[in-house]
Design a protein around this ligand. Structure first.
Ligand SMILES: N[C@@H](CCC(=O)N[C@@H](CS)C(=O)NCC(=O)O)C(=O)O
Ligand code: FES
Length: 124
């Protein structure tokens, strides 16, 4: 995150503007601390999507601030190109429907299409 002393809304905005894909989550992409965060990070990791993980458990202002930013009450929250996409339920649904692939392609974010197909094959 940018300057830790800046207001949370400013830091959040800077972070989603500076990174094509950002996942606000509990824990880290390598060590998620909640099943909902683990599920979304797991999909992104498996699909080889380059993304920044922000651990909201490290900063209570960001934990609350991200809910205000998106007007969405829970963590995880995925942002692509500055836009809020969804939480665990939405990302799971979009992964299985192929919508996530379409959205990433439309926004020019690289990912492993075969891995996405693998997820669908095993969860269809
Ligand atoms: N149905 C939600 C599940 C996520 C969820 O319920 N998160 C809760 C528990 S981790 C949450 O963020 N609560 C507020 C908080 O812990 O700050 C989704 O699709 O993302
Ligand atoms: S931390 Fe308990 S459900 Fe996410």
């Amino acid at each position: 995150m940018p300057d830790a002393t800046a207001p949370a809304q400013d830091r959040i905005r800077e972070t989603v503007e500076a990174n094509d894909v950002v996942l606000f989550m509990k824990g880290t992409k390598a060590m998620p601390q909640c099943g909902f965060s683990a599920k979304v990070a797991g999909v992104l990791n498996y699909m080889n999507v380059p993304y920044k993980d922000v651990n909201v458990l490290d900063d209570m202002d960001v934990r609350q601030g991200i809910k205000d930013f998106s007007d969405w009450p829970t963590i995880p929250q995925l942002y692509v190109k500055g836009e809020f996409v969804g939480g665990c339920d939405i990302i799971t649904e979009m992964t299985l429907s192929g919508e996530l692939d379409e959205m990433l392609e439309a926004k020019g974010v690289a990912f492993d299409k075969d891995a996405a197909e693998e997820i669908r094959k095993h969860n269809g």
